[in-house]
Design a binder for this molecule. Structure first.
Ligand SMILES: Nc1nc2c(ncn2[C@@H]2O[C@H](COP(=O)(O)OP(=O)(O)O)[C@@H](O)[C@H]2O)c(=O)[nH]1
Ligand SMILES: [Mg+2]
Ligand SMILES: [Zn+2]
Length: 382
């Protein structure tokens, strides 16, 4: 790894630990404020969906000493406010984990659109007299994984929040490994502030020579300092490494449908019994069995957000000038282009293009970079 890449990674790590500390302090403060003893939480998805609004309404109204029929919402508001983690989100509601129970909570509209909440978010929710829970505010996020909303291109869609690590899951077969798809995910993960990791699944479908070949294709990512974890959920190969790499973290699994995200989750903790899809023989991709992101808690404090397959990972919050910083190998000190602001595209005497020509830099990565650059310059093109 060259010096610039190292420095880049160091900066990212530094930023992360700073943000982590900040979040920890915030949480401590809030916990003190709520004067709550930490509750023992059941592990895995073994909670029953609580008799949602009714039980919570009764309990919190009693605690707050308010008349549930009261028409003055402000009176009840403060005492019924509590912080909870978002486990999953549907159109106008989300599921929160409150005192070891899953409770449904409405998401309010802001300027005609539902307030943005995502699995992994910490929210402050409030009991509305007689009409269930509602999200009041979202606690500032430590990290995000975002993409443009597929329905409203100029709105951000947060796929997961407050994640430490995002594992991009790719399979060696069914569907086959297409390394060009990795780069967009990596850019999106890095922008959002989480640590990226790669998981190469279904290695039981290959001989060891074939597996070595596939691992070779991922060499440019190794060189970038990215962790690559080969696994099989069928044989259990590599599962110990995955378990260790994710221990204690809040993690999101992303990648195309059918690559084995849900299977990986089941292999980490079989009691979860997450629905797994069949791969369609014709297209070699999976059906979308996982339709919304859901957060699962595993023994030992690891928490995983399983996301639906995303075919095209669009990039949010990126402009063409900053794109090259997400390809850290292009900013290496040895690479001196003729122009300081070289975009490594059409410019003469471009050190990056020369390095691609003589094999020092990955050609597929440069090609993806150019494609993203083109998209960013022409945002209206489909
Ligand atoms: N051979 C093999 N098949 C797997 C492995 N992991 C998952 N699969 C299969 O891949 C298909 C899609 O899995 P699923 O977990 O639903 O993928 P997801 O869409 O990414 O969540 C299912 O038929 C799984 O049985 C593996 O390690 N080896
Ligand atoms: Mg799935
Ligand atoms: Zn250049």
């Amino acid at each position: 790894m060259d010096r610039t890449t190292k420095r880049h990674l160091q900066d990212l790590r530094h930023q992360r630990s700073y943000l982590e500390n900040k979040q920890r302090k915030q949480e401590l403060k809030l916990r003190k404020k709520q004067r709550k003893k930490p509750q023992e939480r059941p592990v895995g998805k073994i909670w029953e969906l609580a008799d949602e609004e009714t039980t919570v309404t009764a309990r919190s109204s009693r605690r707050a000493g308010v008349d549930p029929e009261s028409s003055i919402e402000e009176n009840a508001a403060d005492d019924t406010r509590f912080q909870a983690m978002v486990m999953s989100v549907s159109r106008a509601a989300c599921t929160l984990l409150q005192n070891g129970m899953l409770v449904q909570c409405a998401v309010p509209l802001v300027e005609g659109l539902p307030l943005q909440v995502a699995a992994g978010d910490q929210v402050i929710a409030r009991q509305r007299p007689g009409s269930g829970l509602v999200v009041d505010e979202v606690v500032p996020r430590r990290t995000v994984l975002s993409r443009p909303d597929p329905h409203l291109r100029n709105r951000e869609k947060i796929v997961a929040a407050n994640i430490d690590t995002v594992v991009h899951v790719v399979s060696v077969r069914n569907p086959p490994l297409r390394i060009r798809l990795i780069d967009r995910y990596l850019v999106a993960i890095t922008i959002g502030g989480a640590e990226p990791m790669l998981c190469l699944t279904k290695i039981d479908l290959l001989s060891s020579e074939e597996a070595d070949e596939e691992m070779k294709k991922l060499e440019p990512y190794h060189q970038l300092g990215l962790r690559v974890l080969p696994v099989s959920t069928r044989t259990g190969q590599g599962m110990e490494e995955v378990t260790a790499a994710l221990a204690g973290k809040l993690v999101a699994f992303v990648g195309h449908s059918g690559v084995g995200k849900s299977s990986l989750l089941n292999a980490l903790h079989p009691e979860l019994d997450v629905r797994v899809g069949e791969v369609q023989p014709k297209r070699g991709t999976g059906r979308h069995t996982t339709t919304a992101s859901s957060l699962y808690e595993l023994p030992g404090g690891t928490r995983i957000i399983d996301t639906p397959g995303i075919r095209e990972f669009g990039l949010w919050d990126l402009d063409s000038d900053s794109l090259r910083f997400y390809f850290p190998e292009f900013t290496s000190e040895e690479l001196i282009c003729r122009f300081n602001d070289c975009t490594h595209d059409h410019e003469p005497q471009c050190a990056v293009k020369e390095a691609v020509e003589d094999g020092r830099l990955s050609r597929p990565r440069h090609e993806t970079y150019l494609r993203i650059l083109e998209d960013l310059k022409n945002p209206t093109k489909p």
